[in-house]
Design a protein around this ligand. Structure first.
Ligand code: GDP
Ligand code: MG
Length: 141
């Protein structure tokens, strides 16, 4: 997910480009203004933490771009492209490392496991919004 500050800064294309050029496949994508219930579901594991409420407010502060990405080792791949949670600790060439400073406004969100991905895509997508097509990385699986 591309967070609201990154959408406002015009980074949508720059971010999607990095997943595509790594060889990953975007199989669903849309821009939405998240509903409060969706934000609370997405971040339910952080409920009660001190950063939770400001994080929810930030995520609701403007449109976000949500997408489903497929590929070999996709969880690891996307999290490595994104970089560590704190942009100042994130690898220099990563998205957060290059474009972020604030931990809360750290440019992107990604699922941290296949199980959480399955829960998270259901918050934003219907089955018929997810596409199946061949893109080339299938040979690398
Ligand atoms: P992620 O999986 O790398 O996005 O990190 P987490 O799942 O741990 O946290 C979810 C989001 O909450 C992060 O992307 C940050 O935007 C925010 N967050 C996490 N830890 C902190 C913190 O210590 N301070 C603040 N302000 N925000 C945090
Ligand atoms: Mg997380």
């Amino acid at each position: 997910m591309i967070k609201p500050n990154a959408v406002k800064r015009g980074l949508i294309g720059e971010i999607i480009k990095r997943y595509e050029q790594k060889g990953l496949k975007v199989v669903a994508m849309k821009m939405i203004k998240m509903k409060k219930a969706q934000a609370e579901e997405l971040y339910k594991v952080h409920q009660g933490k001190d950063f939770y409420q400001p994080l929810i407010e930030f995520i609701l502060s403007g449109p976000v771009v949500v997408m489903i990405i497929e590929g070999p080792r996709v969880i690891e791949a996307v999290r490595s492209i994104n970089g560590e949670t704190d942009p100042l600790k994130a690898q220099a060439g990563s998205i957060r490392g290059e474009f972020g400073i604030s931990v809360r406004k750290n440019i992107v969100h990604a699922s941290d496991s296949i199980q959480s991905a399955e829960q998270e895509w259901k918050i934003f997508f219907e089955e018929n919004e997810i596409f199946e097509y061949l893109c080339g990385f299938e040979n690398e699986l």
